[in-house]
Design a protein around this ligand. Structure first.
Ligand SMILES: [Zn+2]
Length: 849
C-alpha cells in the first residue's frame, strides 16, 4: 500500500516539473515570457519544496525590477532582521498616479464616492508561519498579476490597486520552512508521524517571541504588526484576506462563518449581504477544480485582532481562508494523500477569486463602507457616553503605551488642558487624555473602552472580552456631558526627568511601569538597591511626599562604587525608564519609617530561569521572555525540560513555570526543584503549573478549589448539543475584579487594592489557611467584562487568584491566571515583575495559634 502511494506521489511531483502552469493556472491564460515563473526563478516547482523568506523577497523584487505593474516596498523588519515587504499591483498608468489614487480614495471613502478611482484591496498570507501553503500561493498570485496577458487581468490592473502582504510572519515561516525542507525525503514520506510532519517545540506558528500574530492586529505589541497597521491605514483597503491552514483531514473553509459569532457592533450588512455574495464566487471557483469545502459552521469574527476581522471595524470586508494543511510535502488523510501543491492551488484559486469578486462587487463594497461610516457617526451621536477620560499621572510609561496603541488604530486622542474630577477621581491636566466618541472610528473606540458588549454565542474561539483599558488598568471614566476638545495628539513620549546629585540617598516609587527596568539597570551597574517594605513621608522641595510600599532607596555611602558612578547610573536608570528619581539629604522622615529602618531590605538581582520545551505552553513562556527582553532588559535563561537534570539550579534565585504538561519531569527532577525551594529559591508558577506544583506537594496546603460545576442530578441532553452545552462552561477569557493586598511585595507599587485581572482557564485556589498568604482574591461579584457561566462564577467568587506559600527557606508563588497575557496586560505585569524582583524577600509570617 505504502509503496504504491510513494510511487504515485513521486509521479505527482514529477508532473509539476513539466506541467506546473497547467496545474495551477486557468488553461487559457497567456503569459509574458519576459517574466519568470516562481519555478524558473527558484529552480524548483512550487509545491515540491518550501520557499525560504529571503528567496520569496528576492522573487518579488525581481518582479518589481522587470515589470511596470509591480512596486515592492520594504515596510519594516522582524526581530530576526527579516524584511517585511508589501507589493502593489496595478497598471503602469495607475502606478504613475499612485499617490493621487491613494489620496482620492482616502478622501472620498466615508461618502462612498470613489466609483471613478481604482478599487483598493489587500491580500495577506501566512500569519501562522507553519501554515505554509499560502505564501507559496502568494508567489503564484504575484506571477499571475505580473505576467498574465488575459483581458480579465488587464481589466483588474486598470480598475484596481491590489496590495499584497506575502508573508505576515517571516520569522515563524522560516522556522517551519527549514523544518519541512530538512526532513523532506525522496521518495516523500506521507506517514503523519514522520518527523517532517511533527515540528519540534515551539513550532513555526508563532513569531520570534512565540506570540500568535493573528491576535496582534488589535494589541499591536510587535513590530510586524505595527508596521503592517501603518501600511493598512496608509491605504485603508476595502477587502483584506487572511490565508490559513487547519487539520490535515479537513477540507477548505471560506466565509460566511458562524452567524452567532458575528460581532454585534459591526453593522449587519457585512454578514448578511457581503459574505454570502462572496461565498457564491468562492464556491463556484472551488467547484470548478473539484475541491471540497465548508462554510458557516466554525470560526468567529468577534475579536477585532484577527487578520480577517480587523478591517470589519473600518467598513471593509475581511475574508478568512482555511486550507487543510499537508504540514510538509505530502501527508496521508482519511481519503487520498494530501500534497503541498494541492493545498497551494486552493489558496491561489481563492486569492484570484477574491480579486474577481471584489471588482464585480465594487458597488456593494463602496456602499458597505459608506453605510458603515454613516452608521458609526449616527450611533456615536446617540451614545449616552460622550467621551472617555483616562490617564495615570503616576505612570507615564503605561499611559503613553496606551495612547500609542490608540493612535495605531487611528483613534483621535486629545490632551486634557485643565485638571478635572470625574467619579471622585482626579485627572491631571496634560497627563490625562480624552477620547471623544464622536469620531469616524467610533467602533474601535467602543472595542477599546467598552466592557459590556454582549455576544449571542457562548462558545468563544479565543476570548470573550478584549477591553484594552482594563488590560492597561488605567484610571478612566465615561463622560456623559459634552466636552471641549483642545489639543489633538499625534504622538506621545513619556516625560523625561532631571536628577539632582545627592551624597546621602536617592529614592523613587514603583508607580511607573518601568520601575523594575530602572531597578535592574542600577543592579547591573553594581549599585546596591533597597526597598522600603513600609511607606514613608518626607519633605521634597518644601512639600511633603509619601513613598508607598516597595519604594526604592539607594543609599549613596553604603555602596561598593563611588558616588559619581552612582549618580551616572541613577541618571541612566531615570532616562531609560522615564522615572522621576528624588535626591534626599536626610534619612529622618516626617512620617512612616526612616531610610535606615529594618523595614528597608536589600534587593537581590534576579537570576531567572524558565522551563520551556515539549509540553509547555509556548505563548505564556514567550510573553515572559518578551516582557523581560523588550520592556525590562533582564536576561532570562530558557532551559528545555529534558535538560533540567544537567542544570545547576543554584545559579538561579528564581524559577518560572508557566502552564503546561510537566509529565516529562520525573521524581528526581521534582525533588531537585523541591530542595532548591527549601534552600531559599523562589518558584513562580502560573495556571496549570501552579496546579502541578500543588499536586506534587510543593505546599502542604490543599489550595485547589473544588469544581462546583459538577451537578448531582444528571440531566439528559441530545448528543449533538454536547459541543454547545459543554463549550459554554469553558472560561473563554474574561475580565475579573480582584482585591489585591497592596502591602504585600507582590502588590507593591500598584497603589490601589481593586484591579482588573484576565482569566482564561479553570485554575482557582481556595484562600490560604495562612492569614497573610492570600495576596489576590476574586471579589464576590467579580465579572467586569466577558462571558461567564454560572457554574464558573460559583467556583471563582471569593476564592483566591494569587497565593504565596512558604516552604523551608524558600517560597512558591501560585498564580491562578496568566498576568502577562499577550503582552498587553500592563496592569498585572507588575504583579509578575514584583514576584521576580521581590520574591526572594517574601517570608510568609507564621501564625500564632
Ligand atoms: Zn492559522
Amino acid at each position: 500500500m505504502n509503496k504504491i502511494l510513494f510511487t504515485l506521489t513521486t509521479l505527482f511531483t514529477f508532473l509539476f516539473v513539466t506541467a506546473q502552469p497547467d496545474y495551477f493556472y486557468p488553461q487559457a491564460s497567456k503569459f509574458k515570457s519576459s517574466i519568470p515563473t516562481p519555478e524558473q526563478f527558484l529552480g524548483y516547482p512550487i509545491g515540491s519544496h518550501h520557499t525560504r523568506h529571503d528567496r520569496l523577497v528576492e522573487y518579488f523584487k525581481e518582479l518589481d525590477k522587470l515589470s511596470e505593474r509591480v512596486t515592492v516596498q520594504i515596510v519594516g523588519e522582524t526581530y530576526e532582521h527579516r524584511q517585511q515587504i508589501a507589493a502593489i499591483f496595478t497598471s503602469s498608468a495607475n502606478h504613475n498616479r499612485l499617490e493621487e489614487i491613494r489620496t482620492t480614495h482616502l478622501a472620498n471613502q466615508l461618502t462612498g464616492g470613489t466609483e471613478n478611482i481604482p478599487l483598493v484591496i489587500q491580500l495577506g498570507y501566512n500569519v501562522h508561519g507553519n501554515e505554509a501553503s499560502s505564501s507559496e500561493a502568494a508567489m503564484l498570485t504575484a506571477y499571475y498579476l505580473t505576467a498574465s496577458e488575459d483581458t480579465e487581468t488587464i481589466k483588474w490592473l486598470d480598475q484596481m490597486v491590489i496590495l499584497m502582504d506575502p508573508n505576515i510572519n517571516p520569522d515563524g515561516r522560516d522556522r517551519h520552512t527549514n523544518w519541512a525542507n530538512m526532513h523532506k525525503a525522496n521518495p516523500p514520506v506521507a506517514d503523519p508521524l514522520d518527523r517532517e510532519h511533527t515540528e519540534a517545540w515551539p513550532g513555526g506558528r508563532f513569531n520570534h517571541y512565540w506570540f500568535d500574530l493573528n491576535r496582534d492586529w488589535f494589541l499591536a505589541v510587535h513590530p510586524e504588526t505595527k508596521n503592517r497597521l501603518a501600511f493598512f491605514h496608509h491605504w485603508r483597503p476595502y477587502v483584506q484576506t487572511d490565508h490559513h491552514e487547519m487539520g490535515t483531514n479537513s477540507t477548505f473553509y471560506f466565509d460566511p462563518g458562524k452567524s452567532s459569532s458575528n460581532n454585534p457592533i459591526v453593522p449587519d450588512d457585512l454578514y448578511k449581504n457581503i459574505y454570502p455574495r462572496f461565498g457564491e464566487y468562492f464556491s463556484q471557483a472551488l467547484n470548478n477544480i473539484g475541491s471540497m469545502y465548508f462554510t458557516k459552521e466554525a470560526f468567529d469574527k468577534l475579536y477585532p485582532g484577527y487578520g480577517s476581522s480587523y478591517i470589519n471595524f473600518y467598513g471593509g470586508a475581511g475574508f478568512l481562508f482555511e486550507q487543510a494543511g499537508s504540514r510538509g510535502h505530502v501527508q496521508e488523510t482519511s481519503t487520498i494523500p494530501l500534497t503541498f501543491a494541492f493545498t497551494i492551488r486552493n489558496q491561489f484559486v481563492s486569492a484570484l477569486t477574491t480579486i474577481r469578486a471584489s471588482i464585480a462587487e465594487k458597488p456593494n463594497l463602496l456602499k458597505l463602507r459608506a453605510a458603515f461610516y454613516r452608521n458609526s457617526i449616527e450611533s456615536a451621536k446617540k451614545s449616552p457616553v460622550r467621551a472617555y477620560i483616562f490617564g495615570d499621572a503616576r505612570d507615564g510609561t503605561r499611559t503613553s503605551a496606551f495612547i500609542n496603541l490608540l493612535l495605531a488604530h487611528q483613534i483621535d486622542v486629545y490632551q486634557l488642558e485643565k485638571t478635572e474630577v470625574y467619579n471622585g477621581r482626579r485627572y491631571d491636566a496634560m497627563k490625562s487624555f480624552i477620547v471623544p466618541v464622536d469620531q469616524p472610528n467610533y467602533l474601535m473606540v467602543r472595542s477599546v473602552f467598552e466592557k459590556g458588549i454582549t455576544y449571542t454565542d457562548s462558545l468563544f474561539y479565543d476570548a470573550s472580552t478584549w477591553s484594552l483599558i482594563h488590560a492597561y488598568d488605567l484610571p478612566y471614566a465615561e463622560i456623559k456631558t459634552s466636552v471641549t476638545l483642545a489639543k489633538k495628539i499625534s504622538s506621545v513620549t513619556p516625560e523625561k526627568y532631571n536628577v539632582q546629585k545627592s551624597d546621602y540617598a536617592y529614592v523613587f516609587d514603583l508607580s511607573d511601569y518601568h520601575a523594575h527596568k530602572a531597578i535592574y539597570h542600577l543592579q547591573l551597574k553594581g549599585v546596591i538597591v533597597q526597598s522600603a517594605f513600609r511607606p514613608f513621608t518626607t519633605f521634597i522641595d518644601g512639600t511633603q511626599k509619601t513613598f508607598g510600599y516597595g519604594s526604592v532607596i539607594i543609599p549613596v555611602q553604603q555602596q561598593k562604587i563611588p558616588s559619581d558612578s552612582i549618580f551616572k547610573a541613577i541618571n541612566e536608570a531615570s532616562s531609560a525608564g522615564n522615572i522621576k528619581i528624588y535626591s534626599l539629604g536626610s534619612g529622618y522622615n516626617t512620617g512612616g519609617i526612616d531610610l535606615g529602618s529594618s523595614y528597608v531590605r536589600t534587593l537581590r538581582t534576579p537570576q531567572v530561569m524558565m522551563l520551556v520545551g515539549t509540553g509547555v505552553v509556548p505563548m505564556e513562556a514567550g510573553e515572559i521572555w518578551h516582557l523581560l527582553d523588550q520592556r525590562i532588559g533582564l536576561p532570562i535563561t530558557k532551559i528545555d525540560i529534558v535538560n533540567i537534570t544537567r542544570a545547576e539550579l543554584n545559579r538561579y534565585n528564581t524559577i518560572v513555570m508557566v502552564s503546561g504538561n510537566y509529565t516529562l519531569l520525573d521524581k528526581t527532577n521534582t525533588d531537585q526543584l523541591k530542595s532548591w525551594v527549601q534552600n531559599g529559591g523562589t518558584l513562580i508558577t502560573l495556571k496549570t503549573a501552579a496546579e502541578w506544583a500543588i499536586k506534587q506537594g510543593f505546599t502542604k496546603e490543599k489550595l485547589l478549589a473544588p469544581d462546583t460545576a459538577k451537578v448531582k442530578i444528571i440531566p439528559r441532553y441530545n448528543y449533538d448539543d454536547a459541543v454547545n452545552i459543554e463549550g459554554a462552561k469553558a472560561l473563554g477569557g474574561s475580565i475579573f475584579s480582584v482585591d489585591l493586598d497592596t502591602s504585600h511585595p507582590i502588590g507593591f507599587g500598584t497603589g490601589t487594592r481593586s484591579i482588573s485581572m484576565y482569566k482564561n482557564g479553570p485554575t482557582v485556589f481556595t484562600p490560604s489557611s495562612n492569614n497573610y498568604s492570600t495576596v489576590v482574591k476574586y471579589n464576590n461579584n467579580p465579572l467586569i467584562g466577558g462571558y461567564l457561566h454560572a457554574a464558573s462564577l460559583k467556583k471563582i467568587k471569593g476564592n483566591a487568584a494569587v497565593v504565596v506559600g512558604s516552604e523551608g527557606k524558600g517560597r512558591v508563588i501560585f498564580f491562578a491566571d496568566n498576568p502577562n497575557f499577550r503582552g498587553t496586560w500592563y496592569g498585572t505585569n507588575k504583579l509578575f515583575l514584583n514576584a521576580l524582583f521581590f520574591g526572594s524577600l517574601i517570608n510568609v509570617p507564621s501564625i500564632t495559634e
